[in-house]
Design a protein around this ligand. Sequence first.
Ligand SMILES: [Fe+2]
Length: 487
Amino acid sequence: MKHQIKKRNDPNQADHKMRRHLKRHNITKHFKMMKFIFPILMMLIMTAVTIGVLNTVLYGADVETLEVIGRNIFVGLFLLLLFVYMYIFKPHILFDKKHMLMLTIIYLIVIIPSQFLANTSFIWLLPYTLLGMIIALLIDEGLGVLANLVVTIIIVITGNLDISFMLFFIISGSISPVLTSMAKERQKMFYVALYMMAINGALLVFKSILGSSNGFEILTENMIYVLLNPALAVIVTYGSLPLFETIFNLLTPFKLLELTNTNHKLLQRLLLEAPGTYHHSQMVANLAEKAAMDIGANPLLARSGALFHDIGKMKHPFNFTENQNANNPNDQLAPDTSAEIIINHVSDGVKLAKDHKLPKEIIDIIREHQGDAIVYYFYHKAKEHSDGFVIDPGKFKYNGPKPQSNEAAIVMIADCVEAAIKAQSPSDRTMEKITEVIREIIKIKILDYQLVESKLMLKELVIIEKAFIKVYNGMYHERIKYPEVIV
Ligand SMILES: [Fe+2]
């Protein structure tokens, strides 16, 4: 005891501990600082190009040097505002290299022609609608609104434009990302173009009424351009989206919807090679979509993740209950070999998904849908046949990680619920029994700590439970018995 106390108070050891702590602290600090390098570099590129183009436009124009410097500082300050906004409200975008690179590319595509067109008769063709649309679809709707605000102010102030242009571009450009984010299918972008044309037309009428005495002239000369602007924006967005989706392997709402189409090559293969798994996945998708919708998660991501979650079972389809008839290959195998095949369906699925270039978010759901749970059936079977030997539960565990997103956690629960309810005999599938099974599965997942790394809250688990019950209610509700008709 004395020795222990002495050891604890040893100044050399305390010093060593302190140094170790400081070293770790410095390394952490160093890594924290490192993550700023890429976003700062991107912001510097945006600022440098904007100032470079601005000075080219101003070159030869009758502008005093001091004013040029003032306009350059103004550009820097407004882009700093965009940086600060992202740091406070959207750090996941700021520190994501893919998103920052995309933002820089989109910004440059918009700002360069805008600065050249600002003081010409093509001013109404400035691609501000395009900016909001593409950012809303590829990155974030809120960022689309703010980026439009920053770009508009930079163009109007540095180009010395009339303040009414600023109001026009801010109103129209703020509506465009909001409307775009509501369009869940590619075809609906056509309606976004129509709405934007109507809004732009109305704004131009207001501007000409409230503006100068030559209002009618402004209206007739510019109407065609303000209507053409959103139409061109939709065409360019429509055309460039597949390019961005492919280069950056992005998951846009459009791409998600395409993935939920059962004509996908992998899903068609699943139907032929593992039909039981295919039908199981369809049901898991129905459950997951409804639950995700009810808790405010991404229902399309949950649905498509559920459709693909078990594609790895195609490697050994008959080792999985849902594809078996009379023969069960596991009867001829040692329990740990069966468990290995079962466990490997996750890594096999991830590999297959990568080979078919499925988006990262779907691959994550495949990888996480079993967490690090134990394959209990084969673990118990191994224990029963152990002849007194100790069985290592680690051999029967999935490799994880646990679900990191709400969608992955929902797929995990829906997967177990569907399998458990299907295992019941059809006569037992009453709503009381189904409710009991759903509650039990959720309880098991909580107690097994499988949901701790997702962001699911307890109240959301209650909503998920109710959503599942609603789906099963729709399937198994008692049919109304009509009185027999006596002829
Ligand atoms: Fe499954």
